[in-house]
Design a protein around this ligand. Sequence first.
Ligand code: ATP
Ligand code: MG
Length: 411
Amino acid sequence: MLQYDMLLLRFGEITVKGRNRSRFEKAALAHVQDLLQAYPATEIKKEYGRIYVVLNGEPAAPIIEVLKNVFGVTSISPVKVAAAEIDEIITQAVSFVESMNVAKETAFKVNARRVWKKFPVSSQEMNQIISSPILKSCSHLKVDVRHPEIELRIEVREQGAYLFSEVVPAAGGFPRGTNGKAMLLLSGGIDSPVAGWAAMRRGLEIECVHFHSYPYTSKKAEEKVIDLAQVLSGYYGKIKLHLVPFTEIQTTLAGGNHENVMITLMRRAMLRIATNLAERNGALALVTGDSLGQVASQTLASMNVIGKVTSLPMLRPLVTTDKEEIIGLAQQIGTYELSILPYEDCCTLFVPKSPSTNPNLHIIEKIEASLPQLDEQIKEAVSKTETIVIKPGETVIRRSQGEPVAQDKWF
Ligand code: ATP
Ligand code: MG
């Protein structure tokens, strides 16, 4: 196995952002620095449009696994460094390709680039000079410059020649926290954690808000949400989670006997609280895991009536994403196994037999106006909100709670 010397991290979309670019690149660099604290021998070098991580003997593969989650980085290549000297480059190129252990006949190409113009051999000449000893040493390779299965790229710079072949796709998007802050409504389901990750990938800092109906929802259900927030914190460094007591509000809303619009009423109450928390914490938007048409509360008509209750922009990163794709993303980001744990959510306690897919705003507002205690309860829920800061790998100190109450006691 080849011992790599360095990793090359590339930026994508952020390169188009003109004068903001250096701010974006600095944020990505800070993220990389945070993650590399676990690998103290590594060194970071920043260059225009790129970050290099000098490995100094640290292993490439696990570090790539960690760094491919850095938002704003589009791809990573492990690099072998040779002196900027043609014989040395040839020797390293041959052993680089030999180490790839290609068994069958494989199309191959050398793609050399002379970045340092004082280097005496041109890019074109290098391609030929370097290909032939490689072909001699690895007889099962054949050159195909149009459709190579293996491409050995060589960049000759004054400080050295960089040899690489593998290009590992990374998270992409915008670097950590470079597009402002939003409040994520985090349930224990599959969708909202993925929506949170997608929002973070777009450069948003997120805080999470979760509504629980303790003691009707169990401690386990809350632990599950804390665990989900912790997985998300791994993509950011730390995350704030606001735990909102929702039991009294639910009881009030259920008291009105409007079963078919219960979810609409609950969602609107959630959004009012989330908006208040967002304003207190400097978040300028709300994020949900809504996906168009997935359930009754996610039809266009429902989204309208629910969304009218807040003046903040509603961001729904998954609005056009199919469930299968959402599940795939949940598996990829590591939230799926937690999300499918069977603990009840405050809303699942209240799934009406026939939830309205087409609620009417005036009727909903009338129902709310007929519940005079609602405004006060919403204020109280905000004031009783418990906020915890969650960091990756850290044990979260949880509140002590009693035994969960069985679901049927709710009614
Ligand atoms: P999810 O997998 O995110 O729970 P879902 O398909 O179950 O999605 P709903 O239960 O209809 O969707 O909820 C829609 C969105 O409302 C969720 O994605 C989430 O953003 C928000 N939400 C629902 N329940 C809660 C809750 N208890 N606390 C915070 N947010 C919630
Ligand atoms: Mg849900």
